[in-house]
Design a protein around this ligand. Structure first.
Ligand SMILES: [Zn+2]
Length: 474
């Protein structure tokens, strides 16, 4: 394939670019088409390396695409929640109704009794936006085969001996009860390709060797077309990275911290050391200050390697930025949370800590490697909206959130440009010999940079093959 007149380097120059097989083989001005070569006229539009989403949850996102949206902006109050669930219950035929994205701002703290009123007929489960809590109605609890009196035999919350319908941090148990049916990923892969995404990191902390094998199969079969890095639990220390093939990387050991229930310090240090010895990094979920302090302490004790990472870095006090740099950690954050969740943050987080929320520029200035991921399905998977939020730093209601943390459009793009195995490293370049993972935009960079949220990729190539084309070029 020959791509003609494409703007590369964020407006630096216009070139022609030849792809043969999985790689870029020539970048020059005025390349002539070879006999039988497909030609794409880029018309001066920006061509960038395919985007990498460095933090998402594939199965949950694929499942969410077939779920009822129960949170903002689609559902904002109890009336809207009621009509969404009641509609699904009326149409349901005894199958699970699966709701996602719930937040207390909609209708307070949900429980079984409230859900029974909305959905008396079908089993219903609603997931909290954090991903850590499911709430079931009574029909749902019946399907789980749990009873109020069986205290201690299941992880469901009980108050005065009665199940509230709430289930915290028990996805593995839940899967064992409702079947481990893995959602089909083809539709999600196509959706990501339309957004220009050519590589993703699944950051599930419970991913074990069976999940890794299943994801590898999804890539091998072509169902999932993106390059893939798979984080997971300690069992992946024993997986053989060489056996995963060229398209799948074994990712870091993911530690999912809970502020209120932190793991044993020494045991965590040992687990980090074992994963390091197996050639893996350690990745810590750190949303709160307490989680970050714990992660930094165990990493300081266990010793760090270049690939260790902090996920989210939701709340970072100034003195901890130095510690992140000293420990050579990298940060993978979600810039779009400022837009999506900023109004709730400004309301719920202590005003003195507003400046610590989802920082960007402070990390760049401190030379802490910084990359981004959507955290889909808990965040919007659209990286162009995330870039826009990284530049604007405005909430959905338009409130500014520490404008001093905003990035330039070029820095925002770079959050998605580093290699999957090296998030926060300098951006990949379109040059001879590079992988043909490409995203052609619908406008030149000079226009894209001022309206990032409006960007629509025209074409996405993954390893030289067209994964998406708005022009029907397939
Ligand atoms: Zn996540």
């Amino acid at each position: 394939m020959l791509i003609r007149n494409a703007e590369i380097g964020c407006g630096l120059r216009c070139v022609d670019l030849r792809i043969d097989g999985v790689r870029i083989v020539e970048v020059d001005e005025c390349l002539q088409p070879l006999a039988g070569e497909a030609v794409v006229e880029a018309r001066g539009h920006a061509l960038v390396p395919g985007l990498h989403d460095h933090h998402l949850h594939l199965y949950a996102t694929a499942a969410a695409m077939r779920s009822l949206d129960c949170g903002p902006p689609a559902v904002n109050d109890s009336d809207q929640l009621g009509s969404a669930i009641a509609g699904a219950d009326a149409a349901g035929e005894g199958q699970w109704i699966r709701g996602t994205g719930y937040h207390e701002s909609v209708a307070g703290s949900l429980d079984r009794t409230m859900l029974d009123l909305l959905a008396p007929r079908n089993p219903l489960r609603v997931q909290h936006r954090s991903g850590r809590l499911w709430i079931f109605n009574s029909r749902g609890l019946e399907c789980l085969d749990v009873r109020d009196e069986d205290i201690g035999s299941d992880p469901l919350e009980r108050v005065e001996g009665r199940m509230t319908g709430r289930l915290y941090d028990a996805d593995t148990w839940l899967r064992s009860r409702i079947g481990g049916q893995r959602p089909e990923m083809g539709a999600l892969s196509r959706r990501l390709a339309r957004l220009g995404i050519t590589g993703v990191t699944d950051t599930g902390h419970a991913n074990d060797r069976a999940v890794l094998a299943a994801m590898k199969d999804s890539v091998a079969s072509g169902e999932l077309r993106q390059q893939l890095a798979v984080m997971g639990d300690a069992s992946l220390d024993l997986a053989e990275p060489e056996a995963l093939g060229a398209r799948v990387i074994r990712g870091s050991h993911k530690f999912h911290l809970h502020d209120h229930d932190l793991p044993d310090f020494q045991a965590t240090c040992e687990a980090i050391r074992r994963s390091h010895a197996a050639g893996r990094g350690a990745a810590f979920h750190c949303v709160t200050r307490g989680e970050l302090v714990f992660a930094l302490a165990v990493l300081a004790e266990a010793g760090t390697r270049g690939q260790d990472r902090i996920e989210h870095a939701g709340l970072v006090a100034p003195e901890l930025i130095d510690e992140l740099r000293r420990l050579r950690l990298r940060v993978v954050t979600q810039p779009q949370f400022v837009y999506e969740r900023g109004d709730a943050y400004l309301r719920d987080v202590d005003a003195a800590e507003h400046a610590h929320l989802y920082r960007l520029r402070s990390f760049v200035d401190a030379h802490v490697p910084l990359a981004a991921g959507s955290d889909a399905p808990y965040g919007d998977p659209d990286p162009w909206k995330a870039m826009s939020s990284a530049v604007a730093r405005r909430t959905r209601a338009g409130e500014p959130m520490t404008l001093g943390e905003s990035l330039t459009p070029e820095q925002a793009l770079d959050l998605f440009m580093s290699p999957l195995e090296d998030p926060g490293a300098p951006p990949r370049e379109l040059k001879t010999g590079a992988w043909a993972d490409l995203c052609l935009l619908d406008r030149p960079w000079s226009e894209a940079r001022t309206a990032l949220h409006e960007v629509v990729p025209r074409m996405t190539l993954i390893r030289g093959r067209v994964a998406w084309s708005a022009d029907g070029f397939l």
